[in-house]
Write a protein that binds this ligand. Structure first.
Ligand SMILES: *[C@@H]1O[C@H](CO)[C@@H](O)[C@H](O)[C@H]1NC(C)=O
Ligand SMILES: *[C@@H]1O[C@H](CO)[C@@H](O)[C@H](O)[C@H]1NC(C)=O
Ligand SMILES: *[C@@H]1O[C@H](CO)[C@@H](O)[C@H](O)[C@H]1NC(C)=O
Ligand SMILES: *[C@@H]1O[C@H](CO)[C@@H](O)[C@H](O)[C@H]1NC(C)=O
Length: 360
């Protein structure tokens, strides 16, 4: 009875708000075409999307406030716009609650003329627990209902950089991959559980990143279901101690059972990084082992910081391996954080970051 009411209410909301906001009504039609290659981007709100390279973009996961203008524009470029899906797993162990959640999302997507959903559950789950099975069912049932109700819609699921219970996310990756259209692999925050020396390191070291794709592929997940996610942000770590060799020891901040993590640092957008590197004490440095750029700077209190990030040089070999492994595509977290101002240097850097997704 409760879920019946929820469905009814969702239907009513959907009916009320489904007047096409676009200039041309056909722009409200959902995208049905399957692209061989995905450039899957996350947008977190605001109007920077006006400066994206729309000749590349195939899917926008809209994580900001709903923007009808973005939906109309994306559709005019043949790109999908998908909802964000997140829910405490304890709520959707119950089948009725799960169905109600899915129904609600489908109705919301329809009323906003959207093309699917990106499920971003980053919660810890124990293998074999009720939440473990509920999550798998959630993905399967969401995909079924979206495909049925919005023909051609896309259901994707965000996974950690490796399937090996990273951050205690022990999901049924194989069944989840089978049950949706694609997995977005978040190949970043790879220092969320530092087991060795508690020191600053790269957000997404090359070898570790690529090995983890082999782990996914070794599970017999099809490469055509895998989209590589690269970071357009880095980590700024205050150093407790800065050694002669340039090693930056960081504060011990535990995360999901491990004593040291990247939570000792602050995430910084590429836009900030490119300004900060010029006023740094080291300038841009390159770590051969991790194949990543970094720099050191001194803050106003005289404390040394070490900053690790990705730039075209570190992203290129990753993008190359998307091609060589035959993956479905590439994307980033997130599209907003480049410098889209008119400054000629910024323009050049921004163009190079977009282009690095496809070729070097
Ligand atoms: C956008 O991407 C396309 C495809 O890679 C490229 O040819 C074009 O030069 C890019 N546009 C800009 C403005 O950088
Ligand atoms: C159903 O979901 C609601 C939140 O939407 C939650 O408060 C409630 O505990 C859930 N019920 C069950 C039985 O899990
Ligand atoms: C800093 O490192 C040096 C050796 O590199 C060590 O002797 C010293 O105890 C360290 N200081 C702190 C505060 O960790
Ligand atoms: C940073 O320095 C480089 C090299 O000196 C220069 O080309 C560039 O314009 C500077 N970038 C910014 C954002 O000031």
């Amino acid at each position: 009875m409760l879920s019946f009411l929820v469905i009814l209410c969702s239907l009513l909301t959907a009916c009320r708000s489904s007047v096409c906001p676009c200039e041309r009504p056909e722009l409200c039609q959902q995208i049905r075409e399957e692209k061989d290659f995905e450039v899957f981007i996350f947008d977190v709100g605001g109007k920077t999307w006006k400066s994206y390279n729309w000749s590349m973009v195939t899917t926008v996961a809209a994580f900001g406030k709903y923007d009808a203008e973005l939906m109309c524009y994306a559709h005019s470029k043949g790109a999908r716009v998908v909802l964000k899906g997140d829910v405490p797993l304890s709520y959707i162990v119950d089948q009725d609650n799960r169905t109600a959640w899915i129904t609600d999302k489908v109705m919301l997507a329809k009323s906003q003329f959207m093309d699917g959903i990106n499920i971003d559950i980053e919660q810890a789950v124990e293998e074999g627990s009720p939440e473990y099975y509920a999550l798998t069912s959630l993905v399967k049932e969401t995909t079924e209902m979206f495909h049925r109700e919005i023909p051609g819609s896309q259901v994707s699921f965000d996974v950690a950089w490796s399937p090996k219970c990273i951050d205690k996310r022990c999901y049924d990756y194989v069944t989840i991959a089978e049950s949706c259209d694609l997995l977005f692999v978040m190949s970043y925050d790879e220092q969320s559980q530092i087991t060795g020396d508690c020191v600053a390191m790269a957000n997404a070291p090359l070898r570790q990143t690529l090995d983890a794709y082999d782990q996914y592929l070794n599970l017999k997940i099809s490469p055509k279901k895998i989209v590589m996610g690269v970071p357009w942000y880095g980590y700024d770590y205050p150093c407790l101690n800065f050694s002669q060799e340039g090693v930056c020891s960081i504060e011990k901040v535990p995360f999901r059972g491990v004593p040291c993590s990247d939570a000792a640092g602050k995430q910084k957008p590429y836009k900030w990084l490119m300004k900060q590197v010029n006023s740094s004490m080291s300038g841009r440095l390159w770590d051969d082992e991790q194949q990543a750029p970094y720099f050191n700077y001194k803050d106003q209190d005289g404390q040394i910081h070490q900053v690790w990030y990705d730039d075209p040089q570190s992203i290129c070999p990753k993008a190359d391996s998307v091609m060589s492994k035959g993956l479905r595509g590439i994307g980033m977290w997130n599209a907003n954080i480049l410098d889209y101002s008119d400054d000629p240097v910024a323009r050049q850097q921004t163009t190079m970051m977009w282009n690095a997704l496809l070729r070097c």
